[in-house]
Write a protein that binds this ligand. Structure first.
Ligand code: NAP
Ligand code: F7E
Length: 328
């Protein structure tokens, strides 16, 4: 039985990945941080077969302990402070977790492997935020990185440290440069879920409007369930490498609003949308569009869910969730 350790198992991607690996017959271990983390019970209920271990990416000794218990063949490092807006207000903490946390788990993994570095394979959750002020359209594995947020800078550190462990120690370490991916499990602080939830509540008469920041930014949005499959495929390759995972399509926040409101049967969406500088960022990533050719050719990976289908899935899920709340 292949054994995997997932950091960030309580997050959107961690849950999808744990389900995928379990369906493939893996024994799955998950790192959960914090004392009495409320998401511990949520994961246990959803995935009772997953073994949860407490630890924190900022605490190397906890990572060493967890690796020794889990004895993984594959380590997926998904844990991070991942909300870009929050990273300006908590830049040092973001650096400790999202940047230095990668070094901590890489080093703990190297020491766990001991004299046989081939014993374990490593996945790092890199991000399209690393492209920031984009230097090329669409973005590929070779595009110059120009991050625009403390989060983006932290991810660049983790990205190059992963490459460094591959080159210095021969570790099978892969970095997935994943573009935005969403789902009904997306945290409500991110724009797609903020919109899908608000649209559902507006349609059900539970809320009057939604207040957002920049409506012009463009993102390459895919479905999280597809993207965790790409992570797994990377670790099945003979060598570690870096891959862009994206749909190759980009859409603005305005288009997101138009489609989401339409799913809920509302055409005059502008009447329900307000803007507030509070949701604007000190520096914006204006346009993200990824070129997933390498992932398609080498991993045989293609996205299965398009933009409109994704938005429809999220709005319908929030309509069901909010209707259930109304009935309580
Ligand atoms: P998410 O839902 O925000 O999940 C982040 C996870 O990291 C949570 O489980 C969180 O645990 C955990 N975490 C935070 N601080 C930690 C610490 N100090 N030690 C250990 N774990 C910690 O993020 P996601 O959307 O699933 O994304 C997964 C990874 O991919 C992240 O690294 C993210 O930066 C990266 N990424 C995401 C996207 C995307 O579009 N979703 C795109 C590119 C890259 P608790 O919440 O339980 O505290
Ligand atoms: O913002 C704009 C905002 O917070 C998307 C993370 O998973 O993907 C995610 O980062 C866009 C930005 O995601 C609001 O200015 C407008 O241009 O949903 P988001 P993100 O910043 O792209 C990358 C790839 C990651 O790696 C990250 O971990 O939407 N926007 N108005 C807004 N965004 C939010 N959150 N809230 C608004 O009110």
């Amino acid at each position: 039985m292949t054994r995997a350790l997932i950091t960030g198992i309580t997050g959107q991607d961690g849950l999808y990945l744990a389900e995928l690996l379990h369906s493939k017959g893996y024994e799955v271990f998950g790192l959960v941080r914090g004392q009495n983390n409320p998401k511990f019970d949520m994961v246990q209920q959803l995935l009772p077969e997953v073994k949860l271990l407490t630890g924190d990416l900022t605490d190397v000794s906890s990572l060493t302990r967890v690796l020794n218990i889990a004895q993984p063949d594959e380590v997926y490092n998904l844990g991070a402070i991942s909300f870009v807006a929050y990273s300006w207000e908590n830049a040092s903490l973001t650096t400790d977790v999202t940047a230095k946390g990668v070094l901590n788990i890489l080093e703990a993994t190297r020491l766990y492997a001991g004299n046989d570095i081939s014993k374990v394979r490593f996945y790092q959750a890199s991000s399209s935020e690393m492209y920031g002020k984009v230097q090329q359209v669409p973005q590929t594995e070779e595009t110059l990185l120009w991050p625009r947020s403390p989060y983006g800078v932290a991810k660049v550190y983790g990205h190059y440290m992963t490459i460094n462990y591959r080159e210095s120690y021969g570790m099978h370490a892969s970095s997935g440069i994943l573009f935005n991916h969403e789902s009904p499990r997306r945290g409500p602080e991110f724009v797609t879920r903020k919109v899908s939830r608000a649209v559902a509540r507006i349609a059900l008469g539970m809320q009057d409007d939604i207040t957002l920041g920049n409506l012009d930014a463009k993102r390459d949005w895919g479905f999280a369930g597809d993207y965790v499959d790409a992570m797994w495929r990377m670790l099945q390759q003979p060598e570690g490498d870096d891959y862009v995972v994206a749909t190759g399509e980009t859409h603005s926040i305005e288009e997101l609003l138009q489609v989401a409101f339409r799913v809920a049967g509302i055409e005059n969406w502008r009447d329900y949308v307000k803007q507030d500088p509070r949701f604007m960022r000190p520096a914006e990533v204006d346009l993200l569009i990824g070129d997933p050719t390498k992932a398609q050719e080498k991993l045989g990976w293609t996205p299965t869910v398009g933009f409109e289908q994704l938005v429809e899935m999220m709005v319908n899920s929030d309509l069901a969730e909010q209707s259930a709340l109304l009935k309580k």
